[in-house]
Ligand binder design. Structure first.
Ligand code: FAD
Ligand code: NAD
Length: 465
């Protein structure tokens, strides 16, 4: 049995864990990280990056198909486009491979010891790792739990055979002719739209009476319109019952009690993710829980001294950038810096078609918090750059306090709007007022001009609408 000691041990090399370890290494903290799969976690291997690669490929393919069908106002013609999904997946795997190798390289560069295997706590200061060459015991002054999350399985639709999770969908080598998707949240809509563009006949079953329940209907309406245009059937308020006895169809019951048989070659279940709180020896510790998540304070400390937790295992929103910022903060705390969670907002981006961004408070949230607000909304149909991109659907909306014009929230929906999320977040983080946004020169012609115009609109004098 081998034994090592270090000041900081990180369990899990997803965005939360690997960023924590890199930053700690940079700060000279003697750090080790344990990962049982590949560096990069869900995000780089089976989540954010591969899904965005497939979404991009599907977009390009759908554009070419539209050109071939003569539905292209720019006069571009194409002939009978086809897609070799196995090749697309190989291209996607190349990207994830480069990124995961890159993470391993960054960890090494920062002087972090990488241990490959499953980690299990023995006590609050000791972890045993099952490695390929036997057990490795690691003793550490501080331990960070960054074990992430896993897809939720439905009892009547266990994963296997034609029932796949996002991981299975992101490794298909043939486009399923008929795809049933359970859950119209982030993954269901991002991947459902992508497969519809790749040529699948997609049916989405959602238990609630709306898609993307996290966002207001003004923001999701353009996505609903696009789903309809792509021929995606969305069954709202519908319960899934299981698979038909011959395995051919997904069985569901609509809100009005109508039984539906949805013939499907693949069934993608995307009904949420659950924190990984088992399998690493939690039973050896006394950690307080916050519902199904590990309870942490504003410094990501758990209820046990010297044990921290970051990322999806600590709660919503389960987003990679939240995990990374928590990881960086914990590394700095362990190195002796005074840090605590001081962020005004965590941006949320949904990579649907069109994309949705939300930072800070929506109008409804601001009103519910008792704020008197001003709202400015500017449509992309009045933005020159959006016209040149054939992307006129959507808008930018700014929510500000009525009295001092402090910006409380910024939302938008539109093609490529994910890239504006940085400007939106910066405005909120820096405490911008409407006048600050309106007074910033936004380059012409860009979609970002819609942001300045939304602020001007809230001030009562938009120029281009
Ligand atoms: P994870 O990335 O889940 O990493 C945890 C790591 O811990 C894993 O590598 C696991 O192998 C390891 N581990 C667990 N237990 C042990 C153990 N006992 N010993 C050793 N290692 C262990 N978020 C976004 O912000 N933007 C997106 O566009 C986005 N798209 C997504 C698309 C999909 C399809 C999915 C599934 C998720 C997406 N997410 C997205 C969410 C994002 O992937 C997660 O929020 C993020 O990966 C969480 O990081 P983490 O470090 O907490 O955990
Ligand atoms: P989600 O929470 O976004 O959506 C799940 C959906 O499934 C909800 O609309 C819910 O009402 C529905 N649902 C739940 N049970 C159901 C049932 N029995 N039948 C029908 N519908 C049901 O979950 P997800 O799409 O699995 O994504 C998981 C998480 O991963 C997200 O919450 C997010 O944190 C992260 N993620 C983020 C991004 C991004 O940032 N762009 C992309 C993908 C995933």
């Amino acid at each position: 049995m081998k034994e090592i000691t270090c000041k900081l041990l990180v369990i899990g090399a997803g965005p939360g864990g690997y960023v924590c370890a890199i930053r700690a290494g940079q700060l000279g903290v003697d750090t080790a990280i344990v990962e049982m799969a590949k560096p990069g976690g869900t995000c780089l291997n089976i989540g954010c990056i591969p899904s965005k690669a497939i979404i991009h490929a599907a977009d390009d393919f759908a554009k070419t198909v539209a050109m071939a069908a003569g539905k292209n106002a720019m006069g571009i013609k194409a002939d009978n486009p086809t897609i070799d999904l196995a090749k697309t997946m190989a291209w996607k795997d190349g990207i994830t491979g480069r990124l995961t190798l890159g993470v391993a390289g960054l960890l090494k560069k920062a002087g972090v010891k990488i241990v490959v295997g499953r980690a299990k706590f023995r006590d609050g200061k000791t972890v045993a790792v099952e490695t390929e060459t036997g057990e490795q015991v690691i003793r550490a002054e501080n331990i960070v739990i960054a074990t992430g999350s896993a897809p939720v399985e439905l009892p009547m639709l266990p994963f296997g055979g034609k029932v796949v999770s996002s991981t299975g969908a992101l490794s298909l080598t043939e486009v399923p002719q008929r795809l049933a998707v359970v859950g119209a949240g982030y993954i269901g809509l991002e991947l459902g739209l992508a497969f519809a563009k790749l040529g699948s006949k997609v049916t989405i079953v959602e238990a609630l009476d709306r898609i993307l329940p996290l966002y207001d209907t003004q923001l999701t309406q353009p996505v609903a319109k696009r789903l309809a245009a792509l021929g995606v059937e969305v069954l709202l308020g519908t319960k899934v019952k299981g698979i038909s006895s011959n395995g051919e169809a997904l069985l569901a019951e609509t809100g009005s009690g109508e039984e539906r048989r949805i013939a499907a070659d693949k069934i993608l279940v995307t009904v949420g993710r659950k924190p990984v709180t088992e399998g690493w020896g939690r039973e050896e510790l006394e950690l307080d829980m916050d519902g199904r998540f590990l309870k942490v304070d504003e410094q990501c400390r758990t209820s046990m001294r010297g044990i921290y937790a970051v990322g999806d295992v600590t709660g919503e929103p389960m987003l990679a950038h939240r995990a990374m910022v928590q990881g960086e903060m914990v590394a700095e705390i362990v190195s002796g810096k005074r840090r605590s969670w001081d962020k005004r907002a965590i941006p949320a981006v949904c990579f649907t078609d069109p994309e949705i961004v939300s930072v800070g408070m929506s109008p409804d949230e601001a009103k519910a918090a008792g704020r008197e607000i001003k709202i400015g909304q500017f449509p992309f149909s009045a933005n020159g750059r959006a016209m040149t991109l054939s992307a006129e659907e959507g808008f930018v909306r700014v929510v500000a306090r009525a009295d001092n014009h402090l910006v409380l929230g910024i939302q938008g929906v539109g093609a490529g709007i994910s890239e504006l999320s940085a400007a939106f977040s910066l405005a909120i983080e820096m405490g911008a007022r409407l006048e600050d946004i309106a007074g910033t020169i936004h380059a012409h012609p860009t979609q970002s001009e819609a942001f300045a115009e939304a602020a001007l609109k809230a001030l009562g004098h938009a120029l281009h609408v």
